[in-house]
Ligand binder design. Structure first.
Ligand code: SF4
Length: 405
């Protein structure tokens, strides 16, 4: 018995010693990491609109199964802008970020954005409760007592009225006053982006926005004149402009891509540089999932676009123009498709095929109401005929249904 106790005691002592040694090693690693962060090579800085904050022009997107080591490496490499949401990986992204920022003591070194995805019915006197409760939960997961910016996540045209709702405006003002958020913002990749940005410029209380913007939009190449007009308007109103989904990936184009890759062209790098060439866009939030993405994007943030890159990117844009769904013209195809949200389904297909997020895409597709998945040939043909970009809507939607049902 005694021997048993002695052995347990010995094991316990060894366990305590090992744990103490591991704790000391971790503390020392975190101190070294904090030193690394101070000495990190600079990623170029920009002033983010009316926030007046200096942030890195490259931001880290976190809408994937984020690993602590990746977050740590990105911060050590100089990225100081982090974009997350309560909805990314069903709150796990916030938890991973919170753990790393807390353990490494780097919370104050980064500009941290998170988003409220539960605001759909928040308006009037009830709005404050919705925003406060969701924000408190995010702050808990992020292990911080404030975020730099708090967003309405993925606002749609149907919710544009919230931007002038007194309850919503008061809720954000109260959160600012309490020091829980520094700035207010929104993210949007809705078909009615133009209407939403028009409203943002008008209402004045939104400090920054994150929008879908890529090389197909830059300079109004695919005739997005209205989008260019409202971006100008927001830029003149000094709203901070953040671009996401900058790759402009098209479905069904690997064969076209290969011809360019064979010429030594890295489309991902050229695409991100192209967005930075539009000086109204201050930050690009990129969903980097490998260390080589991180290295390439940091290098790209310090570099100008070469003539060769510009030429080949333009070649690629033209070759894939009828394979990429722009989304902001959805009124045209969706008024013909009788209930099928064409642009949303094609966005999910892009998640599935281009970004490789197969499971997430399936979940999103299957959550659409039944009517959205009733693919009646005549309606799809009418939608295809209405598409000004010549997308093969019928075959793409059938492909989407086959992949994600
Ligand atoms: S299918 Fe065509 S019309 Fe519909 S949103 Fe996409 S690009 Fe626009």
């Amino acid at each position: 018995m005694e021997g048993c106790n002695g052995a347990r005691g010995g094991n316990r002592r060894r366990f305590m010693q090992t744990t103490a040694a591991a704790g000391a090693a971790l503390a020392s690693a975190n101190t070294l990491f904090a030193d690394d962060v101070k000495a990190a090579p600079a990623v170029p800085l920009v002033t983010l609109g009316k926030t007046g904050q200096k942030v890195t022009k490259l931001g880290m997107g976190t809408s994937w199964a984020l690993s602590p080591s990746f977050v740590q490496r990105a911060i050590a490499a100089g990225v100081r802008y982090i974009d997350t949401s309560e909805s990314y990986e069903n709150t796990v992204a916030e938890k991973v970020l919170g753990e790393v920022l807390d353990r490494t003591g780097t919370r104050k070194d980064v500009y941290l954005v998170t988003k409220n995805a539960g605001f759909r019915n928040a308006k009037g006197p009830g709005a404050s409760k919705v925003f406060e409760e969701h924000l408190e939960a995010s702050l808990g997961r992020l292990k911080t007592d404030y975020v730099d910016a708090y967003y309405l996540h993925g606002i749609t045209g149907a919710q544009v009225g919230l931007l002038s709702d007194p309850g919503v405006i008061a809720a954000f003002a109260a959160l600012k006053k309490a020091g829980k958020i520094k700035f207010a913002g929104l993210s949007c990749h809705d078909a009615q982006l133009v209407e939403i940005l028009d409203e943002v410029a008008k209402v004045g209380w939104i400090d920054q926005v994150m929008i879908k913007y890529n090389f197909r939009d830059v300079g109004g190449k695919d005739k997005h004149d209205e989008l260019q007009r409202v971006i100008d308007k927001c830029s003149k109103a000094n709203v901070g402009l953040v671009a996401m989904k900058t790759q402009g990936g098209a479905v069904n184009f690997p064969d076209k891509m290969k011809a360019l890759t064979d010429k030594g062209f890295k489309k991902e790098v050229a695409a991100i540089k192209s967005v930075w060439q539009d000086t109204r866009m201050q930050v690009v939030v990129s969903e980097m999932t490998t260390f080589s993405d991180l290295r390439e994007n940091i290098a790209a943030s310090k570099d100008e676009m070469t003539q060769k890159e510009a030429r080949l990117l333009e070649e690629h844009r033209k070759a894939t123009a009828n394979l990429y769904c722009h989304g902001d013209c959805a009124k045209l195809c969706e008024s013909a498709s009788r209930g099928v949200p064409v642009s949303t389904v094609l966005r999910y297909l892009r998640y599935y095929e281009v970004y490789g997020k197969r499971e997430a895409a399936r979940v999103l597709y299957q959550a659409l109401p039944n009517i959205s998945r009733q693919l009646v040939d005549a309606n799809l043909l009418a939608a295809e005929a209405a598409c000004p970009h010549g997308l093969p809507v019928v075959s793409l939607l059938k492909q989407a249904d086959k992949r994600m049902s």
